[in-house]
Design a protein around this ligand. Sequence first.
Ligand SMILES: [Zn+2]
Length: 157
Amino acid sequence: MKPPFSQALKRGLRFRCPNCGEGRVFSSFFKMRDECPVCGLSFYPESGYYAGAMYLDYALSAAIFLAVFVPSLFLPELTHLSYVQKNVLWIVFGAVLCLGFSRPSYSLWLAIDYWLSPWKPQSPQESGETLEVPLVSMVIRTDKEGPRHGTPRGPES
Ligand SMILES: [Zn+2]
């Protein structure tokens, strides 16, 4: 049933839709699409959805930063930079890490969350059918024992 976690990771790292693996998650370097251009999966299932991605970005950046910064304290001085110059370089290094990890963090957050609890793409054809022929969809849903249990409209309305 559930696709392997490695597939979710691979799609996340390739910035592809977690559902179909084809549609691109980003429309430009820092701009995410609202939904998949191929299968229509929403990339914003709820508001504030990507707060966790920011934590992920921070955690990855902090881990790499500390992995470089802490060993550097035990190394002999290699440069003749002043204290201020070194601090500026570390700040720039931290900012570059945060920016560099932002895209993978957002994409991975989407991929892992979708793998844990997938949601359905909202295709325009499907919602149109429900609106135009509610009785037919009611009969179909009742026969298939779908999640709506015979109600002609969705659970939201
Ligand atoms: Zn897709």
